[in-house]
Design a protein. Structure first.
Length: 259
């Protein structure tokens, strides 16, 4: 088998390849080649060094299958995706992508997967959650984790937009802080995919009255919610039952904003 992924963020690609390798090993497949192209997805496949190496392995019959997160990692053009399927059948070779139940399995080092625990009004089909302390490295780690787990959860929408929305919600809440902070001062992020393939992203934060140092947080939150709406997300905000936390929620549809 050949493993392939594309994307500009190398740490996220490393985790994606690890997830694909985990998926292949569970099925008893032998992996002979792995490739990652550190380029945006709109770059044509023929211009990618990694993809050309995948083609050579498949044409040489060194592998009989290709494991990818989704066809859009190779090309975002539906016509080219159809041509890719036909080319693979002629070789012959097959493609495989982790099914939703496989994608919810945690490969080593990718964070903590959890059973679906939907918030108000959200019957989630599959979900992932992780907590982040308020440190300088947390925003970058969150973006990398989000890209990996959106793939593992099998959300069919635009991953780049989802990460941008999540970053808008979470980044202002994770400023560098030199003081020693306990876990309650951080945030918890949860990604959930519903049966309708809607993506729900929850960012749970301590209520302002439990973090008096954040006097300007209300302004930052208002700006974050407005920016998330500009990306096409449906945004809401609600307190926890014990009133100690507030959850910011963004909902994205795979086909884009509702008309």
């Amino acid at each position: 088998m050949v493993l392939y992924t594309a994307g500009a963020h190398a740490p996220a690609a490393t985790r994606t390849l690890a997830a694909l390798r985990h998926f292949a090993v569970l099925r008893g497949w032998h992996v002979v080649h792995e490739a990652h192209d550190p380029v945006p997805l709109h770059v044509p496949a023929r211009q990618r060094t990694g993809w050309r190496s995948v083609e050579r392995v498949l044409v040489a019959r060194r592998a009989t299958g290709l494991v990818i997160p989704a066809l859009h990692e190779v090309t975002t053009d539906p016509a080219r995706q159809t041509a890719l399927r036909r080319w693979l059948r002629r070789l012959p070779a097959f493609t495989a992508s982790p099914r939703p139940t496989d994608r919810a399995t945690r490969p080593s080092g990718t964070g903590r997967s959890v059973a679906p625990e939907p918030g108000p009004g959200v019957p989630a089909a599959r979900a992932w959650s992780r907590s982040y302390a308020r440190t300088e490295a947390s925003p970058g780690r969150l973006r990398d984790d989000a890209r990996t787990h959106l793939i593992l959860l099998g959300w069919p929408g635009d991953t780049a937009t989802a990460i941008e929305v999540l970053d808008r919600l979470a980044h202002p809440l994770l400023p560098p802080d030199r003081s020693a902070l306990d876990a309650s001062a951080g945030i918890t992020v949860r990604l959930a995919v519903t049966e309708e393939e809607h993506l729900v992203m929850d960012v749970r934060i301590p209520r302002p009255d439990t973090a008096p140092a954040d006097r300007n947080r209300a302004v930052r939150l208002a700006n974050s919610l407005a920016n998330a709406r500009l990306q096409g997300a449906e945004v809401s905000c609600f307190p926890s039952e014990d009133a100690r936390f507030t959850t910011l929620r963004a909902l994205l549809r795979p086909e884009g904003p509702a008309r």
